[in-house]
Design a binder for this molecule. Sequence first.
Ligand code: FNR
Length: 345
Amino acid sequence: MDFAPLRAAAEATLPADAWSFYQGTADGRFDAERDARAWDRWDLVPRVMTGLTAIDTTVELGGHRFASPIMLAASASQGGAHPDGELATAAAAGAAGMLMSYSNNATVDVERFGAAATSPWWAQIYLQHDRSATTDYVARCAAAGASALVLTVDVPGILADAAFRRVPLTGAVAVRGNVPLTGAGAGFAADTSITPDDLAELVASAGLPVWAKGVLTPDDALRALDAGAAGVIVSNHGRRQLAGVVPVAAVLREIVEAVDRRAPVIVDGGIRSGADVVRALALGAAAVGIGRPVLWALAAGGREALETMLATLAEETAVTIAGLGAASVADITPRMVRPAWGEDR
Ligand code: FNR
């Protein structure tokens, strides 16, 4: 879909620092859309005469069935986009029947969020230097109803995160719910030195499935699975961690091949259309995450605008699946995607 009007409305609504926080990338160029352009380098190849009469867009993830393969990726401080913050996002995700990942650095605390959520949700976490703080927070997430944890493993980049370093946060976008980013006791306490052993420890102690988010190589995907991860999320964190990082569209296929059906692979970064969703599915993703589009919609019109945006993207996805000649998400095959013409030689 054309996100330009929604993005423009968000930019017009938000204070400059909040807009910079949401759009930020590690290289300071604010070119989060480079990942979106990379999806264009895959062309879809339809099958015809398949006798289609109906399309099933549902997917099963972690034992729950969702209406769409689109999930809402974790993004911090949604209260800076709309006063209802993560509560509006939870309501819209529930209405759309989509999975939402709730950020460790949310504006609304996890107990309030969990009480408001109407569909299954996952809690994204960062390992804290103080592991007892992590254990306490994981217990709070479980008690609040999280059905899985998403451990963000691309943390060295936090040292360079445009959002945390270059852009001074105002009260509007500062975290209030879980981890203070400004004021007394401020400081982003994520441990940047994590290893697969830390992941294995979390898997052993959490009592919930743990997904590893931020993987960009086949080798790291396998290390995460060997450590007990329930699945991996291929992500470059919306280009916020490493300047010049590879677009996810370039690495998804090789990671899926290495994982070889041992576990599901989710991808996020630059997904902006039904065609992008389907490209990712054809390359082997079990589902896709969307980050900034959620924030644009929240800023432009809260829950209502977000519901409209999610419905539009879901509809586009269904139309694209039908156009491919597939009856369901499981019916989408690797042969339905190939390098864009002119780029395969
Ligand atoms: C993020 N992302 C993120 N990821 C994470 O694991 N924990 C977090 O707290 C955040 N916070 C966050 C804030 C903002 C403002 C953005 C834009 C992103 C990354 C997010 O989950 C996802 O990987 C990317 O946003 C996906 O790329 P697109 O859809 O924004 O291009």
